[in-house]
Design a protein around this ligand. Structure first.
Ligand code: MG
Length: 165
């Protein structure tokens, strides 16, 4: 009997406030918008939530531990690089993402038209099949900071499975 389970589950959550700018990065996709987001990196809430879910599944801490804002290496960083780095950390420990489900919460920009491109981007970076990646969107019915258009939130869940030897 093994003491190591065959599966691990993780969840993540992230928020970025809107600031000056003309686009936002969400799910690795550049979306033209009337505002940008305030962030040390490119402020991609969807990928940050997913990274935290992946790290959390293996109890490896959080994105702030692995990519500290105090470290200039991550200033303006492409969050796809962070995602690929997290995937490498999993692979080194014998795990891969089985599937992931990401929800983006905002009033604007509209996520739906870009969701497919986000799925493809994430699937590429994790090197897994497209049907293993879900990207969904919701508003918060004009309630709270997302409803008032002050920022964007995202949450993610993922299941890790043992890599084939
Ligand atoms: Mg973040």
């Amino acid at each position: 009997m093994t003491t190591t389970p065959a599966f691990r589950i993780g969840q993540g959550f992230d928020v970025h406030a809107f600031g000056e700018g003309d686009h936002v990065m969400i799910g690795g996709v550049r979306i033209p918008h009337t505002q940008g987001v305030l962030a040390h990196s490119d402020g991609d809430v969807a990928l940050h939530a997913l990274c935290d879910a992946m790290l959390g599944a293996l109890a490896l801490g959080d994105i702030g531990v692995h990519f500290p804002p105090s470290d200039d290496r991550w200033k303006g960083a492409d969050s796809r690089a962070l995602l690929r780095h997290c995937n490498t950390l999993l692979a080194e420990r014998g795990w891969r993402v089985g599937n992931a489900d990401v929800t983006v919460i905002c009033e604007r920009p509209k996520i739906g038209p870009h969701a497919q491109a986000m799925r493809e981007t994430i699937a590429d970076d994790l090197d897994i099949a497209l049907d293993c990646i879900s990207v969904k969107a919701t508003t918060s019915e004009k309630l709270g900071f997302t409803g008032r258009g002050e920022g964007i939130a995202a949450q993610a869940a993922c299941l890790l499975v043992r890599s084939a030897d």
